[in-house]
Write a protein that binds this ligand. Structure first.
Ligand code: FMN
Length: 318
């Protein structure tokens, strides 16, 4: 695909411009590792609470830990300038390649604290936080935003260029409004208009589930990079398919087998990280998407929900 190219974000050089989106409860170490092995060139962590990081909360630091899953961008959320600064400095010590400020999470419990998409309704605070974080770390900083609060709003077109002036190295946008949460039509037009206003790389996101939708996203927005969320959970091979055009080479049956093998590999890694029972139980969040379009998906899914050991899972998929 001609849209695929190497990309530089600040001093960070990336092999391609197809990334894994941040997803709470999903983009953990094991999943990031699987995506990197499948051809993804930059992974985002799930969003991590700045307050908990700044307090040195052990559980949060464990979630934020980075190992050999690189290049990786650590995403933080919060609404207090000094706590965000503190958190960014804690995160920098963990060794990521980039830091992202979440100004896009639409969940009520986050927005009501002024964090996530709440920051889009207080732009001056968002700019202050961004400037402070940029000044406090040596790593490239990104901000992830939404198009606006309602589908017809174009708030991103004003906020994006102002964030660039705050010194960020790239901007990521989920091309849906806050009120759309994670579904409904994607607004390519705002992606295109935003791209025209920026000098820094723009990462666009929303609704990419195949080579075709990836191509459409690049074509309609002219963006420098795309990030993939749920499409990568249902098919982690999507990164290879987009980059190498493998889709027509691998038949559907081998693809199903490979997806199962990847899932088992993911589970094994997850169990090594979290312990066997927790590793399997916490994977229940992914199984619905992972088995999408499989024959017998609903039976496999309900069987999986009862399992607690790796051997039982292997038996199920055999
Ligand atoms: C379960 C789930 C968790 C998410 N968690 C985060 C998050 O922690 N930080 C963030 O910026 N976006 C988060 N998102 C939004 C995704 O990064 C992405 O913008 C959204 O899913 C649209 O992309 P997609 O259509 O490719 O899935 C989450 C989405 C889902 C479905």
């Amino acid at each position: 695909m001609s849209f695929i190219k190497k990309l530089k974000i600040g001093k960070l050089s990336l092999n391609s411009n197809v990334f894994l989106s941040p997803m709470a409860g999903i983009s953990n170490y094991a999943f990031r590792k699987i995506c990197l092995e499948s051809g993804c060139s930059l992974v985002f962590t799930e969003m991590v609470s700045a307050q908990s990081l700044a307090r040195g909360n052990i559980k949060t630091l464990r979630i934020a830990k980075i190992k050999d899953d690189r290049p990786v961008c650590e995403q933080i959320f919060g609404s207090d300038e000094y706590i965000m600064k503190e958190a960014a400095m804690v995160v920098e010590e963990l060794g990521p390649d980039m830091i992202e400020i979440n100004a896009s999470c639409p969940m009520k419990k986050i927005v009501k604290t002024g964090a996530g998409a709440g920051l889009m309704s207080t732009p001056s605070l968002l700019y202050r936080i961004t400037e402070t974080v940029v000044k406090s770390v040596k790593l490239p900083v990104s901000v992830k935003i939404r198009t606006g609060f309602k589908p017809q709003e174009e708030t991103a077109l004003e906020i994006g260029p102002n964030l660039e002036k705050c010194g960020i190295s790239c901007l990521q946008i989920h091309l849906r409004s806050v009120s759309q949460i994670h579904s409904g039509p994607v607004n390519y037009d705002i992606g295109l208009k935003l791209k025209e206003k920026l000098k820094i790389p723009l990462i666009v996101n929303g609704g990419v589930v195949s080579r075709e939708t990836a191509s459409l996203m690049f074509e309609k927005t002219g963006a420098d990079a795309i990030s993939i969320g749920r499409g990568a959970v249902s098919n982690p091979l999507i990164f290879t398919e987009i980059s190498n055009g493998l889709k027509n080479i691998v038949d559907e049956k081998s693809k199903e087998d490979e997806r199962i093998n990847l899932f088992l590999k993911f589970l094994k890694l997850n169990c090594e990280e979290l312990g066997e029972r927790k590793g399997i139980i916490s994977s229940r969040k992914l199984i619905g998407l992972w088995l999408k379009n499989f024959k017998n998906a609903s039976r496999l899914r309900s069987e999986f929900m009862k399992l607690e050991t790796l051997q039982e899972v292997k038996n199920l998929f055999r």
